[in-house]
Write a protein that binds this ligand. Structure first.
Ligand SMILES: C[S@@+](CC[C@H](N)C(=O)[O-])C[C@H]1O[C@@H](n2cnc3c(N)ncnc32)[C@H](O)[C@@H]1O
Length: 241
């Protein structure tokens, strides 16, 4: 069955309204500039998808390498340079990136601890000392007591000829994960996407910092439309002589 990441247009149409990547990229750009990282800097975006943030940063004059496993998603990158590769083994030289950005579930997708640590080690490898790691974090619903006790549909949508419903499953406290599903149908047939996401909370920023040799520098709300999401800005420790 088709997955959303096989169909970029559908992915964008169904998930695009929750965010404004151009506005988020402007916030990121300003946060980087405050740390002396100005265009044309080199930015690596692992799990970039169709690189909505990367494209906006590339339009602002940065050199962006968008890394993703999905050919269909990467085909949507307009200005960022697409690199089809595993984010845990990027064909990129060490310490070349002034910044690395992990956006929109890029981190939460790595529910397996070894895979997450592999991704973070790879981010640290390509990031130069003093460079910035930007991670987009969503304030977890469960922190607000917003905990589904059984699977429930939280959104039904009609986009063009597609109808889709979004399902949220109960939290798996033991694994620290939650399962989400999007399923629907359009003129080309049925589609379904399931993702198991790691529950991210601010405490996990400490794990990211530790695994990447970074320190926490700042947090910036991504944009007014989604005030509960923020860029967490970490900075790689300068190399010790
Ligand atoms: C939820 S999408 C996020 C895309 C993008 N960051 C955005 O803001 O729209 C997650 C992306 O991660 C990619 N992905 C998942 N595992 C990956 C891996 N190990 N290496 C590279 N890309 C991966 C998927 O193909 C998908 O495009």
């Amino acid at each position: 069955m088709r997955k959303l990441t096989d169909d970029r247009a559908l992915y964008e149409a169904l998930l695009g309204d929750a965010r404004d990547p151009s506005a988020e990229a402007r916030v990121a750009s300003r946060a980087l500039a405050r740390r002396g990282i100005v265009a044309p800097s080199t930015i690596v975006e692992p799990c970039a998808g169709h690189a909505p943030h990367g494209d906006a940063l590339a339009r602002a004059g940065h050199r962006v390498l968008a890394v993703d496993l999905s050919r269909a998603m990467l085909a949507g990158a307009r200005r960022a340079f697409p690199l089809r590769a595993d984010a845990c083994a990027m064909p990129i030289r060490s310490a070349v990136a002034d910044a690395v950005i992990l956006a929109f579930e890029a981190l939460a997708l790595f529910v397996d601890d070894d895979a997450l640590l592999g991704l973070l080690a790879e981010c640290a490898r390509v990031l130069r000392p003093g460079g910035c790691l930007l991670v987009d974090l969503e304030e977890p619903g469960w922190a607000r007591g917003d905990v589904p006790s059984r699977a429930h549909t939280y959104r039904r949508e009609r986009v063009g000829d597609a109808r889709a419903e979004f399902l949220e499953h109960p939290l798996d406290w033991r694994r620290g994960t939650q399962r989400f599903e999007v399923r629907g149908r359009d003129r080309r047939g049925a589609f379904r996407e399931q993702s198991v996401l790691r529950l991210l909370d601010p405490a996990q920023v400490a794990l990211v910092a530790r695994a990447t040799g970074c320190f926490l520098a700042d947090g910036q709300a991504l944009q007014a439309r989604s005030p509960l999401r923020l860029w967490v800005i970490l900075r790689r420790l300068p190399a010790v002589a």
